[in-house]
Ligand binder design. Sequence first.
Ligand SMILES: [Zn+2]
Length: 352
Amino acid sequence: MKSLKRFVKQVIYYSGVLLMWRSSLRNGRPLIVYFHEIFEPRNDDVSWCGTRSLLMPVDLFRKILSHLSLHYRIVDLEEAVRSGSSKVAAVTFDDGYRGVYRNAFPILNEMRIPATVFLTTGYLGSSNLLWWDVLAWQLEKLMNVPRGHRVKMGQAVSGTWRSLFTENPRTDAMIESYKWASTTEREELSAILKDLVGVPPSAGERIYLSGAEISEMQTANISFGAHSRTHPIMTWLDPKQLTDELLDSMAAVKMLTGADKCWFSYPDGMFTERELRAVQAAGYIGAVQTFRRPEVTNQFAVPRIVLNVRSTSGGSGRFSRAATTVTLAGMNGTRLRSLLHSLGTLSPTSKP
Ligand SMILES: [Zn+2]
């Protein structure tokens, strides 16, 4: 299936279909991309990272930027949004990982590319793991608990989580389920995992950017926005928690950068009308999302395209112009599958 997908991406790339998709999906809008952590595989210990899709090797990052520079005029986020031009691009990073300073910043500087970094302000300068890395660590440990004991423990949990205790679940699938679970269900799982396997230690070294690094980057065309204080999914929060996350993180960014206003990035790109209105009411300039709801295109839900190893290398780990171009046209797995169906390449029952 993977090689079929790769083949179809090549066909899409070398045919005119891509142009059609690009105009229908991005609809003439500027291209806004986002990354997470950029690491140097020979030097950086990223064993703390339980979600490997967030990691991008610095060599691949450099190749992607070269590709973007060749095909787009790269400007800062605000200018890109204002331009309304599909020939313009902006580069952003979510979470505020230290590798953005250590590995991405020298390349951005060298290539004179501006960027915006969205900070999880409660974790600045910290080596503590965010909730999904905690869950990934706990899940790995859970799999080491003897199966008999695990299954017995599983009998005490609600149906939502029982399969975690009886099967070998995929980490990313479990994290996705956690995002959509109710508060009671999330609290239940967190409590039982803590009880069973404990909580992970902090990483061996600092994971997130420090104030000094932020100041240095600011002098070289890097701007900063807020990505909440603790990176909850915003739809989890009650009204007070929602306001606190928005105002606290905005205040921290303002204090660090001296700016009087900044942009917001929805954690995991998840928002509804309620969160959109809350971001607007909090006084942000605007907000970026992921590509979950590309049909919502106002200043408080600017769509972005994620660039990771899979979406830019077609699975090989080496930069692929075809895979990257298809990704930049706004075609993710779901859209690619629907295109495959419409071309008759897949039967409707085929699994991705
Ligand atoms: Zn994030």
